[in-house]
Design a protein around this ligand. Structure first.
Ligand code: SP5
Ligand code: ZN
Length: 345
């Protein structure tokens, strides 16, 4: 399977709060370097670079607001002018009842456009995030044009927690949403997004929540027990014209492959009923038992059957890399999903 990749991700390296101290983020450049190595060793490829360092501006503006894009592009410079620091992190957020109006001050803007303190903006974040979105768009374009029936976008930073106008969860631009909008612009009438990251894809859900042309289906840890905490419950099913076009399948910590594949069958049934022209898979492998964040218990051997289940949907498919933080497992896990998918095709 064709792999789309850009090394521009290396410019984004951040820290996150752990035990009330700032430590190196588990979302690090080595993740995708390990994945790239494992894919090549498993015989996947060829590896292609996106032709541009930015996605199509019209597609990007269908996913994110102009105000948010302007913020992301300018935040680091404004932060640097105000602070003796190379890492912009928010310290205050608009909770219920507070005025959700964009402040002028950079600390206020950071809080206004974010929902956690684990997603710092550094000097290279904008370029890295734009390159990741370009990688996703390129993979989607190859599928839309019929050049390939499936493609894998090795995106970093990831995207599924980023909404139309907010960042969080290591995510800045929603790469899967950019892929979906690229497919729609390329002629698809209906796109299904299947999100198998350990964490709920709250950003993707919110972007398409009122839409009936993009089905969002997610398997993830129960938000009552796990990040992102404030979205991903089963009773979130869409709004307005989008009612019935969001399906959340929350699973308890400790989930093993049998229960996981049972939920996958429910996901498959809904996607088949929707009959999408194309499928976007938000592929997180933080479901692996060895993941430092995830609390599911999937074994290495469980990832090929997940790929086979996705293949069973029989749709042109764009895979978009999301989470997965066990450096000794992410490469083999992603390679196994793609091999399971290819074997089923
Ligand atoms: C894309 C994705 O998988 N994002 C996940 C973001 C999770 N962020 C919250 C992490 C909280 C746990 N902190 C432990 C830090 C270990 N170094
Ligand atoms: Zn995740």
């Amino acid at each position: 399977m064709i792999v789309v990749y850009s090394d521009a991700h290396r410019a984004h390296i951040g820290r996150e709060l752990k035990d009330a101290r700032l430590e190196a983020s588990v979302e690090c450049p080595q993740r995708v370097e390990h994945i790239l190595c494992a894919l090549c060793e498993a015989g996947h490829g060829p590896v292609a670079m996106p032709p541009a360092q930015a996605p199509d501006a019209r597609v990007l503006k269908r996913v994110h607001t102009i105000g948010y894009l302007n913020f992301l592009e300018t935040a680091f410079t404004q932060w640097r002018a105000a602070h003796d620091s190379d890492e912009a992190l928010p310290v205050a957020w608009p909770a219920r009842g507070l005025r959700a109006v964009e402040p002028r001050d950079i600390d206020g803007r950071l809080g206004y456009f974010s929902f956690d303190a684990g997603t710092p903006i550094v000097a290279g974040t904008w370029q890295a995030a734009m390159a990741a979105a370009a990688v996703a768009a390129d993979a989607a374009h190859r599928v839309a044009s019929g050049e390939a029936s499936a493609a894998f976008a090795l995106c970093r930073p990831p995207g599924h927690h980023a909404g139309a106008d907010f960042l969080g969860g290591y995510c800045f631009l929603n790469n899967a949403a950019v892929a979906a909008e690229t497919l729609l612009a390329g002629g698809a009438d209906r796109v299904a997004i299947l999100d198998v990251d350990y964490h709920h894809g709250n950003g993707t859900q919110s972007i398409f929540y009122t839409r009936e042309d993009v089905l969002f289906v997610s398997l993830h840890a129960d938000p009552a027990e796990e990040y992102p905490y404030f979205a991903g419950y089963a009773d979130e099913t869409g709004a307005g014209p989008g009612v019935g076009f969001t399906l959340n399948l929350p699973l308890p910590p400790g989930t093993e492959i049998a229960a996981y594949l049972a939920a996958m069958e429910q996901a498959e049934a809904r996607i088949s009923q929707f009959a999408p022209d194309v499928l976007v898979v938000s592929l997180g492998v933080d479901t692996h038992a060895g993941d430092p964040l995830g609390r599911f218990r999937l074994a290495q051997a469980d990832f090929a059957p997940i790929g086979a289940a996705i293949s069973g949907l029989g749709r042109p498919t764009a895979f978009i890399m999301e989470g997965g933080y066990a450096l000794d497992a992410v490469g083999a896990s992603v390679a196994a999903v793609l091999s399971g998918f290819a074997d089923g095709h």
